[in-house]
Design a protein around this ligand. Sequence first.
Ligand SMILES: NC(=O)c1ccc[n+]([C@@H]2O[C@H](COP(=O)([O-])OP(=O)(O)OC[C@H]3O[C@@H](n4cnc5c(N)ncnc54)[C@H](OP(=O)(O)O)[C@@H]3O)[C@@H](O)[C@H]2O)c1
Length: 243
Amino acid sequence: MAKNIYLSLRSGLKMPALGYGTWQANDEELEKGMEAALEAGYRHIDTAHVYENEGVIGKVIKRWLSSGKLDSMKAMEAQVDAGLAKAIGLSNFNIKQIQRILDNARIPPCNLQVELHAFFQQNELYNFCKKNNIVMTAYSPLGSPGIGKFMSQFGQQVEAPNILGDPVVKRIAKKHNKKESQVLLRHIIQKGIAAIPKSTNPERLKQNIDIFDFELDNEDMKALNALDKGPAARIVDFYAFKG
Ligand SMILES: NC(=O)c1ccc[n+]([C@@H]2O[C@H](COP(=O)([O-])OP(=O)(O)OC[C@H]3O[C@@H](n4cnc5c(N)ncnc54)[C@H](OP(=O)(O)O)[C@@H]3O)[C@@H](O)[C@H]2O)c1
């Protein structure tokens, strides 16, 4: 792919100096031309309403984006190259999407942040990430107990599962003289997954990091692993949040 040079814009963004002109090519010529231009390294495409070619340009760009040949990933790689980012992480990607990135990325992503807790352990994704050397980060690791209250302000009814009140979690917490939240977080950490519990309560946020002085044994881990209910236990569904 040919190298370009970039001109700095007053907005702070940069524009490739050599762009691709599209006027006076018919749709068939332009579809082939766009394919060849993107392949050659053009990333500055000129169009205008009066050229009546925005549809075909959009079609080719969409095809490139969905094939993973062109996307935000290249922009992230450029940030790493420029020393502005140290590593690339993903969030809310499924196996198919991650595989597409891995097949096309020069700098593979090293972290994936997804919803993950005792009731939704994401085992397939976990195994896939392990195989591909991607560390996972669990969001909503306590089951997002505050989500019902938060969503109610948007007129949405979301019911968080009571993972903290689960009898298995309670039994294991009692056994180790720890809080239920600490057992849930320790379970995740012991699987080699990072966790990012949210709390604005100073006591609870201290509790949540005080999990490195005990260890869950095999029996505890097995019992906690068995709490998994699969995707049916997903809490955070952005498509459902219309607020
Ligand atoms: N990438 C994404 O798409 C995405 C999506 C969702 C979340 N996230 C990130 O992940 C973070 C965590 O997820 P989350 O906020 O959904 O859920 P969470 O961390 O599982 O739960 C937070 C809730 O639990 C309460 N809590 C915290 N510690 C507790 C404890 N020790 N005992 C009892 N209750 C406790 C908090 O209330 P108090 O504050 O009153 O303690 C809050 O209501 C988010 O804040 C966000 O940064 C990312």
